[in-house]
Design a protein around this ligand. Structure first.
Ligand SMILES: Cc1cc2nc3c(=O)[nH]c(=O)nc-3n(C[C@H](O)[C@H](O)[C@H](O)COP(=O)(O)OP(=O)(O)OC[C@H]3O[C@@H](n4cnc5c(N)ncnc54)[C@H](O)[C@@H]3O)c2cc1C
Length: 456
């Protein structure tokens, strides 16, 4: 069934995505004389930088994923639609989204595409079932189930080899996400779970960080990378640099290490929990838009090589922002998405007042720096040429994350949770359910069943 919406009188802005790019774009058009339709396939705005704290039992889902509809409730010029965008027609100026069997076609005058990025397995998509990434709420809850479930299984098994496998945790990729999640798995094992089991000692868990590059946190430079590595090693994390993952299966991983210029022999790491944080691939909507433009291309990571005004060639009304855009020296970080949203909405507002799109100033990114936590009271921080680590960097991290969390209640709850976890040992979100742990299998089975039905 297809429903064509009736054309409203005002300038229509369609925004795809409710992440940093999409939500900030909608909010920056609050006072503009436009009708906004924000379409996203999730009902929430997700604060991805704190997903790892959901996965390791510190924060609850609601604290980092407030409902978009509620955030925008008072913004009368905005409507929120749940749906998976399956088609964009730049000639007809329509976006088609699907929710279950319903299809909705939404016309636009201006379009802001902010559908973000997904985990990339560099062509080895079969790794995903065994080594999920951390991009969505589902990912974080599944990982929480796998991490805590591994301790439970280790307590029950009588096989020493299986116990060792269950108590081995591997994180692939030593970027900020990898460093943060590996640090929290180590602290969970070492502090929170102490004394909670009878046959195993969680503190004896083996926690490994694997990175193909020769350094931890490669984009933050050698000084901070080394600082982070030393801190992790002090916590008992095994850091394996220059190491490539060649295969992932249910039982563990196969890796090979670089020895000078060459790689050595492959070897196995038997482990139950594998977390993938090694690369990203932009939403396929980028390619869809680029193919309809007058020659805009996508890069190897699927990001749209946008024009200096963040649009695609031949369509000055179509902006691609956030993790989907490829702009030199703009990293795939929240700031890039927010600044892209502010820029795009500024152009729309100026042009409503009669400005000529041909006279747009190019997008300029202001680098506010980057940071990564390692453990409680320890982070690394880079602001311009200033690089520092330790407690003050951790305080800076704390303040910044609180500032960008949406909603006063969420900020308060996060502060309480951090007090409990970082000053004490407790974590308030250690619940796991069978459905979270086995949801992936159930989904696969249901897909197989419906595929068989359609063949039959
Ligand atoms: C685990 C993790 C930790 C991070 N840590 C940091 C950090 O510490 N600091 C930092 O600055 N950045 C960090 N980032 C990066 C930052 O979160 C992203 O750069 C930012 O979220 C990009 O915003 P975006 O709006 O482009 O995309 P996203 O925030 O990913 O939002 C994409 C939106 O598009 C929707 N969508 C996708 N496809 C469709 C479709 N087909 N139809 C409809 N809707 C769709 C999604 O539901 C979502 O609402 C982290 C990212 C991750 C995953």
């Amino acid at each position: 069934m297809s429903v064509e919406t009736t054309a409203p009188k005002r300038h229509r802005v369609v925004i795809i995505g409710s992440g940093f790019g999409g939500l900030f774009a909608a909010q920056h058009l609050k006072r503009a004389d436009v009708d906004i339709t924000l379409i996203a396939k999730t009902t929430h705005h997700l604060f991805q930088p704190l997903l790892y704290q959901v996965a390791t039992g510190i924060l609850s889902v609601g604290e980092i994923a407030p409902a978009t509809r509620i955030i925008l409730r008072k913004q009368k010029n905005a409507e929120v639609l749940l749906g998976d965008v399956v088609a964009i027609d730049l000639t007809k100026k329509t976006v088609t989204s699907k929710l279950m069997d319903w299809e909705r076609v939404t016309p636009f005058d201006s379009l802001i595409v902010a559908a973000g990025a997904q985990q990339s397995y560099f062509g080895n998509d079969h790794f995903e079932a065994f080594a999920p990434g951390m991009k969505t709420v589902d990912d974080a809850l599944e990982l929480r189930g796998r991490i805590l479930g591994a301790f439970e299984a280790a307590e029950v098994t009588v096989s020493p080899a299986e116990r060792e496998r269950r108590l081995t945790f591997v994180v692939v990729g030593a970027g900020p996400t990898g460093v943060e999640v590996v640090g929290q798995i180590a602290e969970l094992a070492d502090r929170t779970l102490t004394g909670a089991f009878r046959t195993i000692d969680p503190a004896k868990a083996r926690v490994i960080l694997i990175e193909a590059a020769p350094a931890v946190l490669p984009p933050m430079g050698p000084k901070l990378g080394l600082k982070a590595q030393r801190r992790l090693e002090k916590m008992g994390v095994e850091v394996k640099l220059n190491t490539m993952v060649t295969d992932v299966d249910y039982m563990g991983l196969t890796v090979k290490e670089k020895d000078g210029e060459d790689f050595g022999e492959e070897y196995r790491i038997e482990c139950a929990v594998k977390v993938w944080s090694a690369g990203v691939q932009a939403s396929p909507l980028g390619k869809l838009v680029a193919e309809q433009s007058d020659g805009t291309e996508v890069d190897r990571a699927g990001r749209v090589v946008v024009e200096p005004d963040l649009t695609v060639k031949g369509h000055p009304n179509v902006f691609v922002i956030g993790d989907m855009m490829s702009v030199p020296n703009v990293p795939g970080m929240a700031q890039g998405a927010i600044q892209g949203a502010v820029y795009a909405t500024k152009q729309i507002k100026s042009e409503l007042k009669g400005a000529d799109p041909a006279n747009r100033q190019p997008f300029k990114y202001f680098n506010k720096g980057s940071m990564s936590t390692i453990s409680r009271f320890s982070a690394v921080c880079q602001i311009g040429k200033l690089e520092f680590g330790g407690f003050f960097a951790w305080l800076a991290w704390l303040g910044l994350h609180l500032y960008y969390l949406v909603g006063g209640r969420n900020r308060l709850m996060a502060v309480i949770s951090w007090f409990v976890t970082f000053l004490g040992r407790g974590r308030g979100q250690l619940a796991i359910t069978e459905r979270w742990v086995f949801a992936r299998r159930a989904l696969e089975q249901s897909k197989e069943q419906s595929a068989q039905k359609s063949i039959g």
